[in-house]
Design a protein around this ligand. Sequence first.
Ligand SMILES: Nc1ncnc2c1ncn2[C@@H]1O[C@H](COP(=O)(O)OP(=O)(O)OP(=O)(O)O)[C@@H](O)[C@H]1O
Ligand SMILES: [Mg+2]
Length: 278
Amino acid sequence: MPQTYQKPLTAENYSQEPLLNVEGVTLQYKTKEHLVTATYKVGFKVFDAERFVLLGPSGCGKSTLLKAVGGYLKPVEGKITLKGDVVTKPDSGRVMVFQEFDQLLPWKTVKANVMFALTTSGKLSKKAAEERTMAYIEMVNLTDFAYTYPHMLSGGMKQRVAIARAMAMEPDILLLDEPFAALDALTRRKMQEELLQLGEKSGFTLLFVTHSIEEAIIIGTRILLLSPHPGQVKAEFNAGTLGYDNQGQNEFKELLGKIRDMLFSDAVEEETISTKGS
Ligand SMILES: Nc1ncnc2c1ncn2[C@@H]1O[C@H](COP(=O)(O)OP(=O)(O)OP(=O)(O)O)[C@@H](O)[C@H]1O
Ligand SMILES: [Mg+2]
């Protein structure tokens, strides 16, 4: 039976301080030859137990933004705070699953990869860490592969281990960069559902990157739409009442169409600019 997910309230209903506050953030990469501006003065707030989605075309700076929230990259302008503290470096309170594969330690089994981070923090006993590890491995459907090494797994399986590892740490905010993009449709759907169910159970806060509009609406309570490179905030949408069960309904389709039109108008603009410029 399909489940109905009770999504958290939208920002307007919150009175508390945001968990994550991104204010006027400009992010750049300096290479020998170039200075690449990845995002320009981007701002958004994420409240406790929200599932906030960053959506935008390839190269608009979604991964870069997520890396900055993770503490892997410092803004050249603006600031990022979590629970009021300025983010300066990676921390176990902000766990990230990167877009790239091969984030696992190749010399450790699936189980050891997930358990590693839990035991090094010293907060859990070995037994508790082991129990939690196996529960999350089961959640991503890899129990039969618990003692397998990463090189024997498919790309999608490796990604599921990385997701299990991040979730097992039960961080303040979970940063997921297109985590399901490489999965087949069925596994993707299952993982989306598991993620939503886990959100219900644990009440985690999620910052989720995708370029699928459907996925953004299903997963997100709010969606931030970014413009093409360099990424700037184009619009913000509430999707808190929409999930799987609403896919055929008008409200879902309208939001989908609205976001698609905005993305498409950007693409047309870009094409016009590049045609004029050539
Ligand atoms: N390490 C890097 N050095 C220099 N430029 C980079 C680096 N990483 C990303 N960029 C540039 O920054 C911009 C934003 O890249 P980013 O990876 O954040 O985009 P994205 O929105 O995640 O795209 P995609 O949807 O394809 O993953 C792009 O123009 C990219 O070329
Ligand atoms: Mg990316």
